[in-house]
Write a protein that binds this ligand. Structure first.
Ligand SMILES: [Zn+2]
Length: 459
């Protein structure tokens, strides 16, 4: 006897999109079966007219993070509640190493933030901010405990320590860790910023000019050279511009192991937003770009150059976001965990830009594979965790921040009309969200130790 059966849906599995019923026993998917062929269950959900997809896997969040001398407004409780409401059942958050601190201390600190609060499963990357010999020597131990990716910021003093970072890249590659790289060139940005500030151009309307597309493509190119030299696989976070994408294509054509992520804001918003009265609420690193770059990102989603759409959820109150008078002091990031899944369906699938399978790969399967969580997470297959979303493709929702579960009091996509929305979110066999309302005990989420990066991740 199954615990739960979901019947009648159009189900997205690795073998395609078709009708299939899904049976759950305990926390696992026990059966994926032709319609009507499941044994009986204690509870049955009729999902006719719905899509049944794996719970989304967001490998880029910043919950309870400290930056610009403040804390992001969502912690692991409110952030994972927003995630669950939007169909995200797994996150991988960034644990920041302190200057002079160890990687182990960063992981302990983030564990304390997440356990007892998260309602969905979570893993960690470690963000290396001080590539000391001691920290580099710790990389294999971090990998052994399931923290199998290292974040590198190519700003904040990267250039001064480029040779130390190269040593870290080498050890990461040898240890089976994946490098997650924030590619923006600090000197190109510093030069542009200096000139703008000297000319008194300090408000948000000048923010995009302070970090031009060249500062991204130059950093991608440099990181590709460094990771090739160190024989380390590279995953570029939140790519935003056309030439950066071209660098990825070129490196791949040359046989380099390179992966690419973008985030929702570059798909749905352009830099004209900075001209709005409260334009500072759209500040993120890198900045919003012109429509030409937005279109290039869409093309890269459709043709497979970009592997993952992740949120970079990093939320603030509107007051905090608008509190700085110059763009260099505006805290970067936005809330978008709750809208990741439906907006990519609405703008991507419903508008004919990507297929249903590609949507599921971009929001769930690829991240699970790249970051060592597959097949436990990221796909509807027998034996996987029963992390599922019953998605209503016909439901229309207008995004209003007051309806959202994030503690942020504004939403970057306020007013967007979205076709398709999650109806139910299931995590390890439990219904944790229904019709945008979340009902799950805090702390039910579990730490996910992840496997080493596999160069054959697609298989
Ligand atoms: Zn980030």
């Amino acid at each position: 006897m199954l615990d739960l059966a979901i019947v009648g849906a159009t189900t997205v599995t690795p073998s395609g999109v078709g009708t299939a019923d899904v049976g759950i026993s305990g926390e696992k998917i026990a059966r994926v079966a032709p319609p009507g062929s499941l044994e009986s269950a204690h509870r049955t959900i009729d999902a006719h007219g719905m899509l049944l997809i794996p719970g989304a896997v967001d490998p880029h969040t910043h919950l309870d993070a400290e930056m610009f001398s403040s804390h992001t407004i969502d912690d692991f409780e409110s952030g994972t509640v927003a995630a669950a409401a939007g169909g995200v059942t797994t996150i991988v958050d960034y644990a920041f190493q302190a200057q002079g601190g160890s990687l182990a201390a960063a992981i302990e600190k983030w564990t304390a933030k997440a356990q007892h609060r998260a309602i969905i499963d979570y893993g960690f990357h470690v963000a290396m901010l001080d590539p000391s010999p001691e920290a580099i020597a710790e990389i294999p131990r971090a990998v052994d405990r399931g923290v199998t990716s290292i974040k590198i910021f190519m700003m904040m003093g990267f250039e001064n320590r480029a040779r130390d970072y190269l040593r870290a890249f080498k050890v990461a590659g040898e240890s089976g860790a994946l490098l997650a790289i924030h590619a923006e060139d600090e000197h190109l940005i510093g030069f542009c910023t200096e000139r703008l500030l000297a000319a008194g151009r300090v408000d948000v309307t000048h923010f995009a000019a302070s970090r031009p597309p060249l500062s991204e493509s130059a950093a991608v190119s440099r990181a590709l050279a460094m990771t090739e030299l160190a024989h380390a696989p590279a995953y570029f976070v939140h790519l935003s511009s056309r030439d950066a994408i071209a660098e990825i294509r070129r490196a791949r054509a040359g046989g380099q192991m390179v992966l690419a992520e973008t985030r929702p804001i570059y798909l749905y918003l352009t830099e004209e937003r900075f001209l709005e009265r409260d334009g500072a609420k759209y500040v993120g690193y890198p900045p919003l770009r012109t429509a030409e770059h937005r279109d290039a990102i869409w093309e890269a989603l459709a043709d497979g150059t970009i592997d993952v759409v992740a949120t970079d959820h990093c939320s603030w109150s509107l007051e905090r976001k608008l509190s700085a008078d110059r763009f260099t002091r505006m805290p970067p990031g936005m809330s978008n965990l709750e809208t990741l899944v439906p907006m990519l369906y609405s703008e991507g699938v419903a508008k004919g830009r990507i297929s249903i399978s590609r949507w599921v790969n971009l929001i769930a399967t690829n991240a699970a594979k790249i970051f060592g969580m597959y097949p436990k997470k990221g796909a509807i297959v027998e034996g996987a965790d029963a992390d599922l979303v019953v998605f209503d493709p016909k439901r229309t929702v207008v995004i209003e921040s007051r309806e959202m579960n994030s503690r942020a009091d504004y939403d970057p996509f306020e007013g967007f009309e979205v076709s398709g929305w999650p109806k139910l979110t299931i995590s390890r066999g439990e219904v944790i969200a229904s019709e945008r309302k979340v009902d799950a005990p805090r702390g039910r989420g579990e730490f996910l130790p992840r496997a080493r990066f596999s160069p054959d991740w697609r298989s």
